[in-house]
Design a protein around this ligand. Structure first.
Ligand SMILES: CC(C)(COP(=O)(O)OP(=O)(O)OC[C@H]1O[C@@H](n2cnc3c(N)ncnc32)[C@H](O)[C@@H]1O)[C@@H](O)C(=O)NCCC(=O)NCCS
Ligand SMILES: Nc1ncnc2c1ncn2[C@@H]1O[C@H](COP(=O)(O)OP(=O)(O)OP(=O)(O)O)[C@@H](O)[C@H]1O
Length: 203
């Protein structure tokens, strides 16, 4: 079973691309969603988050206060590095467990979606990497539409904390262009055929 990573900057369209792969029957691991799940449910990690960011990191309902944590982490590189160092090892282990489950293990290939595949070191667990690419102006406009609570400054600040697009493009094995000019579905179908052929050849 091949392990394929899929990354791209904020608003590039990773989630949209992953939905297309899911339609083709490909299991997708959503790192963002799983990161939030482990932060809410892993008792040791909860304690570490409270020690690092204060009790307000969890609201009165016991749920992670994401706007609070986003304000702290995205405004201070040291705090973001601390958050990443606490959360990413848990996500790495959670992914390894998920990939080993029967349902995934019997498939020709699986996808791991993450905004930070290179930055977190998660690429080391993967055979090949797809980068979803869209110019910054398009990503910015998409995020403003999708997340009305984020300002232009918020989005620019998050972009500045991610690996540059140039670096991601250089390091990627495949690039999916999601820039309002290229059609997405034919690109996804071509990659799917390629991964299935490669998995069949290595069986
Ligand atoms: C800081 C948190 C609470 C903010 O939550 P919020 O709901 O406001 O934003 P959301 O999770 O949708 O993130 C918005 C976008 O910011 C970017 N982003 C998220 N985490 C990070 C990070 N650690 N560094 C840089 N960019 C990030 C992604 O492009 C993401 O899609 C949340 O992003 C988080 O817990 N991040 C740490 C876990 C993590 O690194 N996740 C990303 C990949 S595993
Ligand atoms: N080709 C496209 N045409 C129009 N809208 C698009 C296209 N691709 C993505 N979008 C929209 O842009 C927004 C960002 O896409 P998506 O959520 O898939 O990005 P992402 O890379 O997963 O972002 P993030 O890192 O913030 O999670 C979404 O609202 C999505 O519906």
């Amino acid at each position: 079973m091949l392990r394929i990573g899929i990354t791209g900057g904020i608003g590039s369209g990773k989630s949209v691309v992953c939905r297309l792969f899911q339609v083709l029957g490909v299991p997708v691991y959503d790192s963002d969603a799983r990161a939030k799940w482990v932060m809410a449910h892993d008792t040791a990690l909860r304690q570490e988050l409270i020690a690092a960011f204060g009790p307000a990191v969890f609201g009165a309902d016991g749920q992670l206060d994401r706007p609070y944590l986003a304000r702290l982490a995205f405004s201070d590189p040291a705090r973001l590095a601390q958050l990443n160092a606490l959360v990413h090892p848990h996500v790495g282990r959670d992914f390894a467990g998920w990939a080993a489950e029967q349902e995934q293990a019997q498939k020709p290939y699986i996808l791991k979606e993450a905004a930070l595949l290179y930055e977190s070191g998660a690429y080391r667990q993967l055979d090949q990497i797809i980068t979803v690419f869209a110019p910054a102006a398009i990503r910015h406009a998409r995020v403003l539409r999708r997340d009305p609570h984020r300002t232009t400054d918020d989005i620019m600040s998050i972009m500045g904390k991610q690996l540059s697009e140039e670096e991601k493009l250089t390091r990627a094995d495949f690039v999916l262009h999601n820039d309002d000019e290229h059609l997405l579905i034919p690109q996804v179908l071509a990659l799917d055929a390629q991964f299935r052929a490669r998995a069949a050849a290595t069986e």
